[in-house]
Design a protein around this ligand. Structure first.
Ligand SMILES: [Zn+2]
Ligand SMILES: [Zn+2]
Length: 346
């Protein structure tokens, strides 16, 4: 079968190469063979190539995927062949301290590197073998092309649950990349006061406007602080979701925050170091929160939103491409930043 395989460089980063590999076999009785129906391209794939995210050598990448069960191990009692499933690629133990406290997204075993499509073979191929514990059964009516987006949507539902947006909140999202757009779409089904998007890329800014942002601001061209103070009647933003995670976006958030504001940090950059005045937190009773991937509850929320069509995910899919075009079209559009989500079909 054709697969997109990561080949690590001697120093950091590496290349993704399309190659023919053997169809994987079930080796343990709790495993299931999935025929992949769709797999989303994620910004993390680009980071893996550039060395900004670790991954294992000779691993089939693709961690946002869904499929149909073709074979099941002896131990698996509750699923059958032909069942539609989505994969939570972050394999967790279920018994470490964090799992047992309800923070499965912070699982200690997962932190060692377990993710399917990063550290173990994933969805950029026709077939994949995963354990039962990674699978969520989907309703029969689920559109299996969009089901690949349950994974990134779950990051958005987790962020939404942490941000706890109220009807009276002025909300700013920093960054309208694929994740910013997903969060925007989710927030749009929630009543709120103003939804303001800040983004330097014009393509993304326009996409954000099409998706119904109340205000879009390009901070490289406009006085964003003045704009946001105008929109919010000089109060500032109650909730700021930073989907970028760089020092300057974090500092930007501190220029527009209202009294009692929350900053939700979602975007990741391991090297970013930003300044902060602790008294600005104390004196004006602000909160800084982290949102990291998702728990199983958030994943279920993602399935619910897609299966009940609460969120029009098709508007966020820029392109569906065959897997063979992942290098020539998929990663190219991602690098050019002229796309929202791209789905690969094996
Ligand atoms: Zn991802
Ligand atoms: Zn654990």
């Amino acid at each position: 079968m054709l697969a997109a395989v990561f080949h690590k460089n001697k120093s950091e980063g590496g290349n993704i190469i399309l190659e023919e590999v053997d169809v994987p076999q079930i080796k343990k009785s709790d495993q299931v063979l999935i025929e992949v129906t769709s797999c989303g391209i994620c910004g993390t794939d680009l980071k893996i190539m550039s060395g900004g995210h670790p991954a294992n050598d000779k691993t089939i990448l693709g961690h946002e995927f869904a499929g149909i069960i073709r074979e099941i191990g002896k131990e698996v009692q509750d699923l059958t062949i032909e069942d539609k499933v989505a994969i939570d690629p972050n394999e967790k133990c279920g018994y470490c301290y964090n799992c047992r406290r309800g923070f499965s997204n912070l699982c200690e075993y997962m932190a060692k590197g377990t993710t399917f499509g990063i550290f173990q073979d994933g969805g950029y191929a026709k077939y994949c073998v995963v354990p039962r514990s990674a699978l969520y059964k989907l309703p029969d009516g689920m559109d299996m092309k969009v089901a690949a987006l349950i994974e990134p949507l779950s990051c958005a539902t987790h962020c939404h649950n942490i941000a706890d947006v109220k009807e009276t909140d002025n909300v700013v999202i920093i960054g309208a990349g694929p994740m910013g757009l997903l969060i925007q779409s989710l927030l749009k089904i929630h009543p709120l006061k103003n939804l303001i998007i800040m983004e330097v890329n014009e393509w993304r800014l326009q996409k954000s406007e099409e998706l119904g942002a109340d205000h879009v601001i390009n901070p490289s061209k406009e006085d964003y602080k003045k704009e946001i103070m105008n929109i919010t009647n000089n109060n500032g933003a109650d909730i700021i979701i930073d989907t970028v995670g760089m020092a300057d976006t974090f500092e930007m958030a501190q220029k527009i925050w209202s009294y009692g504001a929350k900053i939700v940090c979602l975007g990741q950059d391991a090297h970013a170091e930003a300044k902060i005045k602790p008294n600005d937190i104390v004196r004006y009773q602000r909160k800084i929160l982290g949102s990291y991937i998702y728990t199983s509850k958030d994943y279920l929320d993602g399935i619910e939103l897609l299966s009940n069509k609460k969120i029009d995910i098709n508007k966020i899919i820029s392109k569906e491409i065959p897997l063979k075009d992942i290098l020539s079209t998929g990663f190219r559009l991602m690098r050019e930043k002229t796309c929202a989500k791209i789905i690969t079909l094996p």
